[in-house]
Design a protein around this ligand. Sequence first.
Ligand code: PLP
Length: 382
Amino acid sequence: MQRIYLDNNSTTRPAAEVVNAMLPWLRDHHANPSSPHPSGEASADAVRAARSQVAALIGSQASEISFTSGASESISTAFASALSTADESRTKVIVSSVEHSAVKYNAERAAETGWEVVTIGVDEEGRLDRGALLSELDESCALVSLILANNETGVLTDLEGLGAACRAAGASLHVDAVQAPGKVDLDVAALACDFLSLSGHKFHGPAGIGVLFVRSGHPFRPLILGGPQESERRAGTENVAGIVGLGCACQIAKQQAANPELLSTIEGLRNALEQRLLAALGNSRANGAGAPRVPGTSNVYLGGSEAAFVLAMIGQAGVDASAGSACNATSTAPSPVLMAMGRDEAEASGCLRFSLSAHTTRDEIERAAETVIAAVEALGAL
Ligand code: PLP
């Protein structure tokens, strides 16, 4: 039987259209977009078209888009740039307590090099303490970095007005929007951000390609040096096939985010899974369910079973899910995101994340729910 894949926040399957768009650039064309001959110009045209597709997804100008190897590079570049171009009087960096490790580790590196890093907490549903953030935001702040859609819980950060507040304080705002494409409308003007990061494989594009948006005119210093590519913002010969695939994925994500019926179908399946688990498993709860969330993410406390054991058992039975961020999957430490939401270690170690896609079916959800319930009951009986 086909495996049931409920781990789309870790990575998604590339869409058929994405693979088809990429194939000619892997098989038939190989010229360097910087080469001044017709084959090189064809590659440069393909990169240009993809840049416009990314810009259309986030409401930016094409010239504000740089391609990177993924979101981790994009986030690292935003941090390095914002901190190296900030005025010397600025000493502070603000992040939230539910950031992905890509932001968290960059904030830790900043702290090691003398920056004061202020971490703003969230409530038990994962909602940012906006008041605390606004009271920390002053003229000593160089950078604020916030996740838009949480990778573990799906909870959406309310960024309303924060971009304007950052601008008034003269601080750069970076938005980690990696989990947002295809799920919510993305608009850099409304977000009023200076940097925004995306990663192709999180929304049915290829892995190994990402995006850094830098607002036009915003001070910028590249992290990767070596050549004039990407308007001197990111050196290195372009991954043309990856860029073409990413552009195609942006087009699909834009259509999906503008399709309320599809989004409510995904949400309905997520809710059905949650309701079935919560009804069957005593003492269970859905983390972040009281806050606005993206439609396809569910994070469930299973009522006392160790998530790692349940994960192994359902994996054997054909269901792929996750016990938190894939980047922390090899760690046995409880999820820092759930701990930040006030869960204790035992509870944070007893949660599973299910992340759906537009391809998830009702039959898969029903079979996955029964598989999880059977695994928890079997563990309970031991
Ligand atoms: N930010 C968030 C919210 C993520 O979910 C991820 C990946 O899990 C990243 C950043 C890093 O993306 P990548 O591994 O593609 O560089």
